[in-house]
Design a binder for this molecule. Structure first.
Ligand code: ADP
Ligand code: XUL
Length: 537
């Protein structure tokens, strides 16, 4: 009886360290959210001078990093805020978390000793201030490692081989190339590094009080893992840097219980010493869990960047897409498509055309017809991943133009262009658009119905949202319970509400968007050809 009470009162924490903020939610045993708190990097921690959570170094080929200590300080702050919100940490049975993928953290030699000796009377950021051999680790927005990418591909006989082994061809933001660049440009810092974490395993390390392993799912985003064999690929490790295997540690399945929470949190915040830390993972795998994604669904996350994913039974390699190990089922996979120009680009167009207001943006969007009078726009504020282009490209019915004829056309062109691109890549992954398919939207912009209507029309499929939009953070909290109890995933998540339908496509949607998707493919091919012919001149 007493034990039942303990179980009934237990809570789970799910963290999400995204690009712009650290969020956390406390869930009860039925996985209902009791409390939430967040820390926004730019505004809550202005001393780190980030923009959108990142620092751009113009003197170093636009290298994009984030100060590791800022994230540490955010942990101190967010726990204080959660305590203020009324969370009793002694009820927390397990913690897990998600984080922006690919970014890396470099622990200086001696850091594990510091982690073991944390003083509960002092802040984490004071004690860990000198624990990082590279204080600003590269994050997923960085694109400065083209040279290292070529080296990785060469090590295994080309881009296709690399994709067959690791699930992705070489990507600048993937951790392997990033580590290689650190080794090549900062050899002393690399030598002085005891351990390299992903952002997810870094956050797990803080809670565990010792070096946490990388999980298989987030580990698939490094271009270093043999995703079939679920272990690091020795040739790829060697191609990056010497002594990398011991700096990474062995990857573990995503629902692994790593151990009890660090005594620091027991003493400072009154956590129960039995509270367990379950492996942390990447935000996209965590979102797949938070959305409880099944077959026939295509999930679209409209965050700082836009991402899309689907559950794959078998690894299917598609040019430019990513295949990761599945965070729920160790024997399955997931497909991931990442578009770097997401919300920030929509915001830029909103600011230019709609007086910085989403309401006005939506009025403009609603005042234009599906298909936008034959206008098509592609907007890439920073170099896009899918496809590799940068700049604004506008086309009217017949030709490329410098400007559109009105603000409302510009607004619709931005949203349609972004979703048509997603449709084209989903089709490449074998997604049978419009034939019983359903779209699940999440992320900051998924609260915007006018934007979701365009999504429904472009995919000729109904769009659903989860009742609570923070799928990565929630997925992490579900994983905390999944890892702790070892129960079946479907049973664990059965009590959760079903997704809610918010839009249906209009009957004429496919007539308009099937040809527009084809046109998009032609336009992109033309732009890519134009770019490569300029490069070879
Ligand atoms: P992150 O990738 O950092 O987790 P979020 O998923 O929290 O980001 O999304 C943040 C973005 O959501 C903001 O950059 C903002 O542009 C966008 N957003 C917030 N509200 C709206 C809205 N009503 N309509 C469209 N976009 C929105
Ligand atoms: C995925 C990717 C981003 C980051 C940040 O490949 O780079 O989605 O995970 O959210």
């Amino acid at each position: 009886m007493a034990e039942d009470n303990v179980t009934a009162n237990r809570t789970f924490l799910g963290f999400d360290l995204s690009t712009q903020q650290l969020k956390v939610a406390a869930l009860n045993d039925n996985l209902e959210v009791l409390h939430e708190a967040h820390v926004k990097f730019d505004t809550d921690l202005p001393e780190f001078r980030t923009q959108g959570g990142a620092v751009i170094d113009k003197s170093d080929h636009h290298r994009i990093t984030a100060p590791t200590l800022m994230w540490v300080k955010a942990v101190d702050m967010v726990l204080d805020r959660l305590m203020m919100a009324g969370v009793d940490f002694s009820t927390v049975a397990a913690i897990s978390g998600s984080a922006q993928q690919h970014g890396s953290v470099y622990w200086q030699k001696g850091a594990s000793q510091t982690l073991l000796r944390l003083n509960p009377d002092e802040f984490l950021h004071q004690q860990l201030a000198h624990c990082f051999s590279v204080p600003d680790g590269p994050i997923w927005m960085d694109g400065s490692t083209a040279q290292q990418c070529r080296q990785l591909e060469a090590a295994v006989g080309g881009a296709e081989m690399l994709a067959a082994i690791t699930g992705s061809r070489a990507y600048e933001r993937f951790t392997g190339a990033q580590i290689a660049k650190i080794y090549q440009t900062k050899p002393d810092a690399y030598k002085n590094t005891e351990r390299i974490s992903l952002v997810s395993s870094f956050l797990a390390t803080i809670f565990l009080g010792r070096m946490a392993p990388i999980d298989l799912s987030d580990g698939s985003g490094m271009n270093l893992m043999d995703i079939g064999a679920k272990r690091w690929h020795p040739g790829l490790l060697d191609a990056c840097a010497p002594g990398l295997e011991e700096r990474l540690g062995d990857p573990v399945p995503s629902n692994t219980v790593l151990g009890p929470v660090s005594p620091y949190f027991v003493d400072r915040y009154n956590f129960n010493p039995d509270c367990r830390v379950v492996a942390f993972t990447g935000d996209n795998p965590a979102s797949l869990m938070g959305m409880r994604l099944g077959e026939g669904w295509f999930a679209v996350s409209l965050g700082t960047s836009d991402t899309a994913f689907l559950w794959l039974k078998d690894a299917k390699v598609v040019p430019d897409g990513h295949v990761l190990r599945n965070p729920v089922d160790e024997n399955s996979f997931m497909a991931l498509l990442c578009f770097e120009n997401g919300s920030l680009t929509r915001e830029r167009v909103r600011n230019a055309c709609a007086e910085r207001s989403w309401d006005i943006f939506n009025q403009l969007l609603d005042s234009t017809p599906r298909g936008n009078f034959g206008n098509l726009g592609l907007y890439y504020d920073v170099q896009e991943i899918l496809p590799k282009l940068e700049g604004d490209f506008r086309y009217n019915k017949t030709q490329r133009v410098a400007k559109f004829t009105s603000l409302e056309v510009e607004v619709r062109a931005c949203v349609e262009g972004q979703f048509i691109a997603k449709r084209a890549y989903a089709e490449d992954f074998g997604f049978d658009v419009g034939r019983g398919t359903k779209i699940l939207a999440t992320g900051g912009a998924s609260k915007n119905k006018a934007i979701l209507q365009v999504l429904a029309d472009v995919f000729n499929s109904p769009v659903y949202v989860q009742k609570v939009a923070e799928s990565a953070m929630l997925g992490a909290a579900y994983q905390a319970k999944h890892g702790l109890t070892g129960e079946n995933w479907e049973r664990i998540t059965a009590s959760l509400p079903e997704p809610v339908k918010v839009c249906d496509p209009y009957p004429d949607a496919d007539e308009i968007y099937a040809p527009m998707t084809l046109r998009y493919r032609h336009v992109v091919q033309e732009l890519l050809d134009e770019k490569s012919s300029k490069l070879t001149k």
